[in-house]
Design a binder for this molecule. Structure first.
Ligand SMILES: *Cc1c(COP(=O)(O)O)cnc(C)c1O
Length: 462
């Protein structure tokens, strides 16, 4: 399998190069040259374990890694850091909930970042290369990325978070990791400032090449790839439980990374009739799929902070296919978005922007009500992000017949304040979180200044 850029201005590369490149060198996103059709393999795949299924999916895209190596790498990823079922599906009333949060940082990002860490180490070892990862985080990505690469040979990671603006638990999940290859930077600025610094440094091709800069945010193709697997698994789990062959999947969305993996799974032949796209008050993606209008607005802070996003970094991949796979057409649209802050796609005659997507959003009250009623009625505790999904799934349940699987993206113990507000009780506990409060921390405070961050990185690399 070869990889190209949505903007059409890089030479085709193989999987390992795609993983190392992160963001494409022409500023676009890396995508596979074609999408394999696996519809005739579903019966063979139905009873596979999670690591076996992951191997079958990933090997179609990672054709330049020998199969014995790939199998070992995947077994190691999903054997060690996760429970045996990896992403268990449970019944909650009329809905199914697939729990994606059983990795080391208790958020769904572990499913992809544990694999990415192993891939980086494998690829670098064979090239005798090194990599320096630069990341900006509003909370979950940073800790999952740190746990993905801590202690690994040939890799250093620099994670910027806005000082004082991530939750105490999220800050501790990052700063209690004391491995030499992990550098936490508390930037005196906002998450957007951190992102801007990261984009400036990663966009400086000279700097990127000199310091072998790598990316762990969801622009990295390997992250999307790892997430495709559980959409198949969700369909198989529901078939096992109910005999139903097709499902709807409800996905709480921020950067459009998770739900994009669902889109690829469906294109490959996963038996998914609808992708229910759930947003919080930052509803730009729900608005887009309702009206075709993608207009950037201001970012609201909500109880589901990992979804407080306007410019969804993976949306470009979807748009590429949407404009018929034309890099020139896509460049025009992205240019328009950059200049005017908005772009538009025309709905079809039925008024739908894309009939595969069913979009809706949940505000703060709906989110809190959903946590409370789900606890009262089913003794099941949702975190605020998963609650946005469940709220939207309930809003849209009657518009289709297939069972709905809601993806649960974080463990509720990561967000105790929201749980207390919703239920009036301290219900959300996890031993890994309790332990964090006693551990020593390491973190460097730094000005909101590109030059300071650049100097820090250069000196740390030595
Ligand atoms: C990152 C994250 C999301 C959003 O996922 P995207 O891939 O950005 O759409 C939702 N919930 C949690 C808990 C997250 O950490």
């Amino acid at each position: 399998m070869k990889y190209i850029s949505t903007r059409g201005q890089i030479d085709a590369i193989d999987f390992q190069q795609a993983v190392l490149m992160g963001l494409a060198d022409d500023g676009g996103l890396v995508i596979p040259e074609s999408i394999p059709d696996v519809a005739d393999r579903l019966d063979q795949w139905r009873h596979l374990s999670y690591p076996q299924l992951a191997f079958e999916v990933i090997r179609l895209f990672a054709t330049d890694i020998p199969e014995t190596d790939l199998r070992e790498l995947i077994d190691r990823t999903y054997g060690r850091a996760f429970p045996e079922t990896v992403v268990p599906t449970v019944r909650v009333g009329d809905l199914f909930v697939m729990e994606l949060f059983h990795g080391p940082t208790l958020a769904f990002k572990d499913v992809a970042l544990q694999l990415l860490g192993n891939l980086f180490e494998y690829i670098l070892a064979r090239r005798q290369g090194t990599m320096n990862i630069l990341a900006a985080t509003s909370g979950d990505t940073g800790s999952a990325a740190i746990y993905g690469v801590r202690g690994r040979k040939g890799i250093r990671i620099f994670v910027m978070h806005p000082a004082g603006a991530v939750s105490p638990i999220q800050a501790r999940q990052m700063t209690t990791v004391l491995d030499d290859n992990v550098h936490n930077l508390a930037v005196a600025g906002s998450f957007a400032d951190c992102q801007n610094i990261m984009k400036s440094l990663a966009g400086d091709l000279g700097f990127k090449r000199t310091y072998n800069l790598g990316a762990v945010n969801s622009v990295n193709w390997a992250r999307v790839l790892a997430q495709i697997v559980y959409y198949f698994k969700a369909a198989f789990d529901v078939r096992e439980a109910t005999g139903e062959k097709r499902i709807r999947v409800c996905v709480p969305t921020g950067n459009f990374g998770n739900v994009l993996a669902g889109w690829y799974a469906r294109r490959m032949g996963a038996p998914i009739s609808r992708l229910i796209l759930a947003t919080n008050r930052n509803d730009i993606l729900a608005r887009f799929f309702n009206t075709g209008d993608y207009s950037l607005g201001k970012v609201f802070q909500t109880l589901a902070p990992s979804m407080d996003i306007q410019l969804a970094s993976n949306f470009e991949r979807y748009l590429y296919y949407r404009v018929g796979g034309s890099p020139a057409g896509l460049r025009t649209m992205m240019g328009q978005l950059r200049q005017t802050g908005s772009l538009r796609v025309e709905p079809d005659e039925s008024g739908a922007v894309d009939p595969l997507f069913a979009p809706a959003s949940a505000d703060e009250q709906q989110l809190l009500d959903t946590i409370r009623t789900t606890w009262q009625d089913h003794k099941y505790l949702l975190d605020p992000h998963s609650a946005v999904g469940v709220s939207v799934a309930r809003q849209l349940a009657a518009s289709g017949a297939e069972p709905i699987v809601c993806l649960a993206t974080a463990h509720p113990a990561k967000f105790p304040a929201a749980i207390r507000r919703a239920t009036g009780e301290d219900l959300a506990r996890h031993p890994a979180i309790d332990r964090l409060m006693e551990l020593p921390t390491r973190c460097t405070a730094i000005d909101n200044d590109l030059r300071d961050v650049r100097r820090f990185i250069v000196e740390a690399i030595g």
